[in-house]
Design a protein. Structure first.
Length: 307
C-alpha cells in the first residue's frame, strides 16, 4: 500500500511524502505547489538546484525561477504575471493513503485559484497529477493547463507524431529572440519512423510540437524512462501562440523541461476546469555511444501502461 507522511526536504519543513515499496514522491508548498522528488528505487529524476534549498518568495527581494516538478497555467504570452501562483506559499494537506493536495491562494491577476491533487499507485511508479483551475472572479476565464516539469538533463526525448502537423519539420524552435522558427535544421532533432527524437542539446532550447498522440517519453542517463500520458483534444482550440500540445525546453545537459499543454478552457464564474497528467518511471537502459534506440519498443512499453 502507498503511504503518506510529513517530512522536511531541501530546507523546507512540512513537505508531504507519498511512498510505496519502490517509488517516492515529495511535494512542497513553500515556493509554488511543486513536486520536489519523483524517485524510483531511490533515484530522483527531478532536477533541483541545491542553491535554491529553503528559498521562499518575497516580492521585495530578487526572484528565482524555481526548479522541481512545476505546473502552471497559460497561454504564456497573454496571461498576466502571476507570481503568487508560480512562487508564493501554498497549503498542503493529506487526503488519503498515497494522496495529497496542494492549494494556492486566490490570485487577483488571473482570477483563479489552483488546486493540485496527487495520487501514487500502491504498487507501481504511476503518479496521477490533476490540476484544477477554479474561477473565483466574476468573469469567464480562458486559461489552459501547462505542465512544466524539470527532469535531470542530458536525456533523449521521444514524441510520437500524428497526422497533419502544421509544422513542416513536425516541430518549431523558439529564438533567438522573439522568433518562432517553423523550418529549423538541427542535427540533434530528427524525425524517424513516425517519432520526433531529441537526442542532444538543440541550437535553441525551447521547442514546440502539435502531436495528439497523448504521450511522450524521456530516456535518462540513470537508466530510467520518464513517461507522461495526458489527454488531447484535436477538435478543441489550443491557445498557446502556435497551438501547441507539447513543449520541450532542453537546456544543455542541466535539465529538460517536459511540458504537456492543455486546450483553452472557458471557465465560468464559480466553476472549475481540470487536466490530468499521469507519470511513470520505468527501468530502461540508456543507449550507449553508437547504439540506436528503438522508438517502437518505447511505444510498446508505453502502450502496456494502459492495461
Amino acid at each position: 500500500m502507498a503511504s503518506t507522511d510529513v517530512v522536511e526536504y531541501c530546507g523546507y519543513p512540512d513537505c508531504i511524502k507519498l511512498e510505496n515499496e519502490q517509488s517516492r514522491v515529495i511535494l512542497g508548498a513553500h515556493g509554488g505547489g511543486r513536486v520536489l522528488e519523483y524517485a524510483w528505487k531511490g533515484e530522483n529524476v527531478i532536477y533541483l538546484d541545491p542553491d535554491q534549498n529553503g528559498w521562499k518568495y518575497d516580492p521585495e527581494k530578487s526572484v528565482i525561477d524555481p526548479c522541481g516538478g512545476r505546473l502552471d497555467i497559460g497561454p504564456e504570452t497573454v496571461i498576466p504575471k502571476h507570481p503568487e501562483l508560480w512562487l508564493g506559499s501554498w497549503t498542503a494537506e493529506e487526503i488519503g493513503p498515497g494522496a495529497a493536495r496542494l492549494i494556492s491562494a486566490q490570485d487577483a491577476a488571473t482570477g483563479v485559484q489552483l488546486i493540485r491533487e496527487f495520487q501514487l499507485d500502491d504498487l507501481s511508479s504511476r503518479l496521477t497529477c490533476t490540476q484544477i483551475i477554479r474561477n473565483h472572479s466574476d468573469e469567464t476565464r480562458h486559461w489552459c493547463h501547462w505542465g512544466r516539469t524539470l527532469a535531470q538533463g542530458g536525456g533523449i526525448c521521444i514524441i510520437p507524431l500524428t497526422a497533419h502537423s502544421r509544422f513542416p519539420k513536425k516541430y518549431i524552435m523558439y529564438g533567438p529572440g522573439p522568433v518562432m522558427n517553423y523550418h529549423p535544421n538541427d542535427p540533434n532533432i530528427r524525425v524517424r519512423e513516425g517519432y520526433l527524437e531529441i537526442i542532444g542539446t538543440p541550437a535553441s532550447p525551447k521547442l514546440g510540437m502539435d502531436s495528439y498522440a497523448g504521450w511522450f517519453a524521456y530516456l535518462m542517463k540513470n537508466d530510467l524512462m520518464f513517461v507522461k500520458r495526458f489527454p488531447t483534444y484535436p477538435d478543441r482550440v489550443y491557445n498557446e501562440m502556435a497551438g501547441l500540445s507539447i513543449s520541450i525546453y532542453y537546456y544543455e545537459n542541466r535539465f529538460c523541461e517536459l511540458e504537456p499543454i492543455g486546450p483553452m478552457e472557458h471557465i465560468l464564474p464559480g466553476k472549475s476546469a481540470s487536466f490530468t497528467e499521469t507519470w511513470w518511471l520505468l527501468p530502461y537502459k540508456f543507449p550507449g555511444q553508437g547504439t540506436e534506440m528503438d522508438p517502437d519498443e518505447v511505444a510498446r512499453i508505453v502502450d502496456r501502461l494502459r492495461r
